[in-house]
Design a protein around this ligand. Structure first.
Ligand code: BG6
Length: 492
């Protein structure tokens, strides 16, 4: 049973309160926490944006967003009324200090509360807004600043943003969101690894052949085509979400779940990632772009058509990397992500080594499928372990592969998985930074990826085409073939 602990009274300020992120994710997430009874009576939510709106007009917008993004069965009338009653709105020109003075006055009505200021704005505003907040005194011990990705577009730009924010806020007040860390199944990865004695001894080069991390999406860039054209899959997904999954898979056991213990271990993984060589740029970093095709039986346009112009932006990346340390020396980690793949499915697959010798003659070692642990992150969250078993019945000693399956939904009789933002938004109020990225971690991830981005820019590297609805460009399959391996594709 989940346990609901009401958090301390807070004021949550969402700068960019009329934007897409607030409407789609932040307000629906807070609504679900309201539904679960986790918000204290006094808590307020204050939207800040440029439009001149009254409180009532803003509340109407919030209600419309909830009706669009919260399942109807959850929109209980009393809860909705209570929730909407928490909202206020403050128009603010992001480029002047006056609006922040008014905000400070409003927040000072309750000086003892935790104050969260969530910047759901373009990252170019993180530095200037932080400076205004500091100027009006909204950077005190009770103030916490939440930053959304993208935090820069390469290492220098990310350093610049972090440095500007650091002028105004102490690192302990800054919460950098990577929403993948808030996913139940991603946290479960830590439970699985560090709550069971079984895995530790097999979690290394001695037994693991290679690891595959896939985040596949069936959606395209859609109405975000313009944002996406400046970003691409490497910046949008690999530098953050996939890198975080890699860290949680490869890291050593932290001394505790304390924020810095966990983040120290993740940082060590990022720093151990092998820099890409000239050969890797040719063979082991694949950059693709979807063309017209069909997903789930429906014809869909190519990315360049959606954007309305030819583009070199990648919608798919596959790469091979190594964590150069004692535990993982020589074990390849294959990462891939793409839009307009056949299905939405994210998983981490640990492929174990083959048995060294078969005692089951005439069964040869080739017929004994190596063990495989599949950690399904979404949808259909769960874990399955592929084992060899005896094919039942007469006919001699024949072996067959079978799975031990754990489906979280069935096992725990869950109606729904909380959205990642639900946990993360309240972790800020609780002051728990374990699931947020520290500055050095973020910069280490950029340091790993920036040479790839620079190489693409310098060489004007194009993209490999793949049909929407396929598993990506041939070059990605070829990369695996060269290594005598293949992508795990019997995903649910
Ligand atoms: C976001 C990316 O961070 O993650 C999107 O900007 C992507 O492009 C999304 O679609 C995927 O998140 P999820 O939670 O749906 O796997």
């Amino acid at each position: 049973m989940s346990k609901i602990i009401v958090v301390d009274p807070f004021d949550y300020v969402v700068v960019g309160g009329t934007g897409d992120l607030a409407r789609r994710k932040l307000f629906p997430a807070l609504f679900h926490r309201e539904l679960d009874g986790q918000l204290p009576d006094q808590a307020r939510i204050i939207g800040v944006a440029r439009s001149e709106l009254s409180d009532a007009e803003f509340v109407t917008q919030v209600e419309a967003a909830l009706r669009e993004f919260v399942p109807e069965k959850d929109l209980d009338a009393d809860t909705l009324k209570r929730f909407l009653g928490r909202f206020a709105y403050m128009p603010n020109n992001a480029f002047t200090v006056d609006g922040y003075r008014a905000l400070k006055d409003k927040l000072d009505e309750h000086p003892d509360r935790v104050r969260v200021i969530y910047l759901a704005t373009p990252p170019s505003l993180f530095g200037p807004i932080s400076a205004f907040l500091a100027e009006v005194g909204l950077n005190g011990p009770k103030d916490r600043l939440v930053l959304e990705k993208p935090l820069g577009h390469d290492l220098p730009s990310s350093q610049e943003i972090n440095a500007a924010v650091a002028e105004a806020f102490d690192e302990s007040q800054v919460y950098r969101i990577d929403h993948y860390l808030g996913k139940e199944s991603v946290q479960n990865l830590m439970a699985l690894r560090f709550g069971n004695v079984l895995f530790e001894s097999i979690w290394s080069k001695a037994v693991v052949d290679h690891v595959q991390i896939t985040v596949a999406e069936d959606i395209g860039a859609g109405d975000r085509a313009t944002y996406y054209s400046k970003s691409g899959a490497l910046r949008d997904m690999v530098q953050n979400h996939l890198a975080q999954l890699l860290c949680l898979t490869a890291m050593e056991a932290p001394a505790s779940m304390d924020a810095d213990s966990v983040r120290d271990e993740k940082l060590k993984v990022l720093r151990a990632l092998r820099p890409f060589s000239a050969e890797d740029f040719q063979l082991n970093v694949i950059r693709g772009q979807y063309q017209a095709g069909s997903v789930d039986g429906e014809a869909v346009p190519g990315y360049a058509d959606e954007l309305g112009e030819p583009t070199r932006t990648e919608t798919y990346v596959a790469l091979k990397t190594f964590v150069d340390n004692w535990r993982w020396a020589g074990v390849p980690f294959y990462l891939r992500t793409g839009k307009r793949l056949p299905i939405r499915s994210s998983e981490i697959v640990v492929h174990f080594k083959a048995i060294p010798h078969s005692i089951f003659r005439p069964v040869t070692t080739d017929e004994v499928v190596p063990n495989r642990l599949v950690i399904r992150l979404q949808p259909d969250e769960g874990v399955s372990l592929r084992l060899m078993t005896k094919d039942p019945g007469p006919g001699g000693m024949r072996l067959r592969a079978a799975s031990l399956d754990l489906s979280f939904k069935d096992e725990f009789e869950l109606e729904r998985f909380p959205d990642a933002y639900e946990r993360l938004l309240l972790d800020v109020v609780r002051g728990n930074r374990t699931l947020f990225m520290r500055r050095d971690e973020l910069e280490a991830a950029w340091a790993w990826m920036t040479p790839v981005l620079d190489h693409w820019t310098e060489t004007e590297k194009g993209t490999e085409p793949y049909a929407a609805g396929s598993w990506g460009p041939d070059a990605a399959a070829e990369m695996m073939r060269r290594d005598g391996r293949s992508w795990h594709e019997d995903m649910k």
